[in-house]
Design a protein around this ligand. Structure first.
Ligand code: CMP
Length: 138
């Protein structure tokens, strides 16, 4: 059965010209793009998207980073999409990310780590609905 996950290519990776490289690796890994857009989040948008992290010491840094420039949001479909995509992304800290993972290739630090992937099927649907209207999903 096909599952979905929500990807964001974060401002650092967009600034560094990695949109094409990341989308190439994502599709080569067997994910189908079911929704896609270039957009910019306001500080309030980021505060809502990352609400579960609001008590963390890095929350202010996260809000400033994620709202500083455009991101790419996408809904991806594949069997076991959430766990397979997290494997493709690699560890939060790029220094600990496995060879060939997106964060090993494109991330610069734990905070500025190039790509987001949902952590559960339930959150994937919440996050997809955050970014996309029904008519933008295929
Ligand atoms: P993401 O997987 O999108 O989910 C939460 C984000 O918070 C994470 O990626 C990082 O961008 C950020 N983050 C997590 N841990 C830290 C940290 N220790 N310092 C700064 N930012 C962090």
């Amino acid at each position: 059965m096909a599952h979905t996950t929500l990807m964001m290519i974060k401002p650092d990776a967009v600034e560094n010209g990695h949109i094409g490289g990341i989308l190439e690796k994502v599709t080569a890994a067997g994910f189908q793009i079911k929704a896609l857009k270039l957009t910019q989040l306001s500080k309030n948008d980021v505060e809502r998207f990352y609400e579960v992290h609001q008590e963390r010491p890095f929350f202010g840094e996260l809000v400033a980073f994620m709202s500083r420039g455009p991101i790419v949001a996408a809904v991806l479909e594949k069997e076991n999409a959430v766990s397979d995509f997290r494997t493709l992304i690699g560890a939060t800290n790029p220094a600990e990310a496995a060879e060939g993972t997106l964060r090993k290739l494109y991330a610069t630090s734990t905070g500025e780590n190039a790509v987001h992937g949902s952590d559960s099927d339930e959150n994937a649907e919440i996050e997809a609905a955050f970014h996309f209207a029904g008519r933008e999903r295929f």
